[in-house]
Design a protein around this ligand. Structure first.
Ligand code: ADE
Length: 249
């Protein structure tokens, strides 16, 4: 998968791209991440990319021409990037090149859930546009495929949202998590057998007892059928008590 991020603050993504599981996925060629500075398309020598809103009001608005020119350049680069030029990229081998999916980060978008991450993980190219300041010129909305909000609160910009989406999508790609870190049985993922979404069962590791707190006996016995049953019951109990709304879906 290739992910292009359009932002006024490319430096926000430096640590994010280079470390931990995302950094390893980049190094192993499972994903490519390109970060593009909106300022490169500024329309004056001062590098300004925003302006006062027509009709008055507080703050500054990202200019439509700056956003659209950047998006068109990024789309062209993303399309030039054929599967052949990146044979190790997950999800590309032997398949047709799909159009990049353009996503706008906005608190007015569809609320981001694991189900949305699973859908996006099927794409080959994502282009994520981060807004900033008071927002962006409304006309850019006609050029995006999807609008996503990471929750019902307002951030100072879309950068954190773009990182949340990138992180949750990339970890779902084949070969990104090790075998011991499967993304199957975890919270918010639909069960393979029932499709039901449950919170994950509780996990324990050594020591078996510390400060009087013990690991449940059943996990130490090695009866995997019984362990699976216990875990499923725990997942249901946990979901009922913490997130009953998930059981109604
Ligand atoms: N930009 C500002 N707030 C946001 C949010 N909640 N989700 C996505 N992008 C945003």
């Amino acid at each position: 998968m290739r992910i292009d991020i359009i932002t006024l603050f490319p430096e926000f993504f430096e640590g994010f791209k280079d470390h931990s599981i995302i950094g390893r996925a980049v190094k192993n060629g499972k994903i490519e991440i390109f970060v593009h500075n909106l300022r490169a398309q500024a329309k004056d020598s001062y590098g300004s990319v925003d302006d006062h809103p027509y009709g008055g009001g507080p703050g500054m608005v990202l200019r439509f021409d700056v956003l659209l020119d950047t998006l068109n350049i990024v789309k062209a680069q993303s399309s030039e990037h054929s599967p052949k030029s990146s044979p190790t990229c997950a999800g590309r081998q032997g398949s047709e090149l799909k159009k990049p999916k353009v996503i706008l980060m906005t608190p007015q978008g569809q609320v981001f859930k694991q189900k949305v991450a699973l859908e996006l993980a099927k794409e080959q190219n994502l282009i994520l546009i981060c807004g900033h300041y008071e927002g962006f010129d409304e006309r850019i909305r006609d050029y995006v495929d999807q609008e996503i909000s990471i929750g019902d609160y307002v951030l100072t910009g879309g950068e954190l949202a773009a990182m949340v989406i990138t992180d949750s999508v990339v970890r779902l790609l084949p070969g990104v998590l090790g075998d011991d870190m499967s993304s199957h049985d975890e919270s918010h993922s639909p069960s393979a057998s029932s499709g039901q979404v449950l919170l994950e069962y509780p996990q324990y590791t050594r020591p078996t007892e510390y400060e009087g707190k013990k690991v449940p006996e059943i996990l130490l016995g090695g009866n995997h059928k019984e362990i699976d049953k216990w875990r499923h019951e725990q997942a249901i109990e946990r979901t009922k008590s913490r997130r009953p709304d998930l059981l109604k879906q």
